[in-house]
Design a protein around this ligand. Sequence first.
Ligand code: MSK
Length: 661
Amino acid sequence: MAKSNGCDSCNDITGGSTIDLLNQDLAKKVRTAYDRIEDRGMSACLFGSGGTCCRICNMGPCQIIDGVEAMVGICGATADTVAARNFARLVAAGTAAHTDHAREMVRGFIATAKGETPHEIKDVAKLHTMAEVFGIEIGDRDKNEIALELGERALAEFGQQEGTVTMLKRAPEKQQKIWKEKGVEPRGIDREVVEMMHRTHMGVDQEYKNIMKQAARCSLADGWGASMLSTELTDIMFGTPVPKRSIIDLGVLRADMVNVTVHGHEPLLAESLCLAAEDEELLALAKKAGAKGINLAGVCCTGNEILMRRGIPVAGSFIQQEMVLATGAVEAMVVDVQCVMQSVAQVVKGKHTDIITTNYRAKMPDAIHIQFEEDEAYESAKKILTRAIGNFKKRGDFYIPIDKKFDVVVGFSHETINYMLGGRFRQSYRPLNDNIINGRIRGIGALVGCEHYKHSDDVHFEIAKELIANNVLVLATGCAAQALGRRGMLRPEAATEYAGDGLREVCETVGMPPVLHVGSCVDNSRLLIALTAMVKEGGLGDDISELPAVGSAPLWMSEKAVAIGQYFVTSGAHVIFQDLPIKGAKKFTEFMLNGMKEEYGASWGVAETKDIAKAMIAAIDEKREALGINKKQERVLMDMAMRRDLEAGTSLPGMGCGGES
Ligand code: MSK
């Protein structure tokens, strides 16, 4: 492992467990992304990072310089057109990723309703809620019959050509009206991705505002279509998350057990692995091989899925995927789709570890492939685990930073937030809204998205620390949530340690962390529902754009993060990134950072990572002022009646003070 070892500057780019591991001899032989960044030794192309490199046809590539007549594209495309096309293609690719993920989950849901998988319909209440949204009769019908009809209706939304996707109607009415007026209601899910790709083909849409209109529609097909379908149907099938304690970071790997990590995004296989990991036959096999059992651990968002629903520990986030393998203690890393680096197969060269690809859409040189079939889910899972057990005896030198595992409380679905703050018998967002109005909670800050090798592991922590110190309740998803977990922010105690007086009081009363882990990156749709519930509860305006709520994906890496940002902006929530590939195009940049606000009530923002928290707080304060709730209210400590209100039914399941909701 090249230059990274033991060097102090690594503290800037990696977390404690990674530093610890990198200092071990066995990790020094491994080349990681940190080495590749250093070895590449070149800075990013200004045209690419400014959004003005056009590779759409074969006359170029054309590098455009805004305002220089000789430096438009060979076809005449301007910087604004090129940057808008490139940006819109990021939205389309991100939406496509969520869409294909969602389609697989819906197919798995249908197979489950037909009794063809080892799973079952777990959350019947949510099944009924979704049936109502889709206008499906409930009556005294069997849950599987309702689920089958729901699954088939959901599947049809992908190929739908006319009308609008069903779940748009869950949004605040004012928001729906804006979308209708602007003509950006998605007609079907796949259609919007296809049209986006067509319109950004050479010689089609040449007007940046019109390109972004389709990008808005495409992103809504993601947020209120694909992603929301995936989250809701996955919840129905595997259970809606409720608060659970678990642990996170490299130290969750076990020296005495067969370690199998699951990496990617689609939890169908991972759920089957969870079942198979308790199979008596496999446990006996593991014991025969000298292991105490099978230790399943997550990586990235497949990790988030089983962490949220089952409390399965997470070994590492996106930025740690190579490190998980560099321990030498993993018998198999099972991958599905998205965010899996090709380097993982190289990291395990010469080790006993198998990288097992499981999806025909995502194969990798030097990995082995075991195709996962949902109608043979359990058998596929057993096959994978059997292979991993076979590897256990071949394990050579390994190093697990055993003291690097951190307590977390996870599982904050929007239903949990509703129940937790509103009480068991009258679930509502009223207490949350009231606490925002009275100023105990200043607003909501969403920290979502990826991690980035060029930035410090501390970025999410520093932003969250500043937000909660200023009484902003943080909702986190994806790898950002895991990074915050590694810094102790997902514990109730973090409220006492870091939060401002008002937020601390609320968190301590309820017993919740000041940073709530809401799910995987596809689960950002939960935030849309939570924001909508706040609007519907009343007192904070008529649509999402009036709420004192703001989002950021400070270390975005994937195209999915851009699609997510775009659907939040189109839904009225201001979103701040640390950079956007638009700055090479002046008018387009102005439109993105300001003009979009006139259309949807929100826009994109850009700030350096050190300034993101301040920018988020300023955006929240602007909304508070517009709502007239910015005046400093006399601080009223919670009296007993207020505490009783919050405490009624707020015992958090899995936290030693209550039962399942
Ligand atoms: S895995 S998309 S690095 S959040 Fe969802 Fe993490 Fe970003 Fe992939």
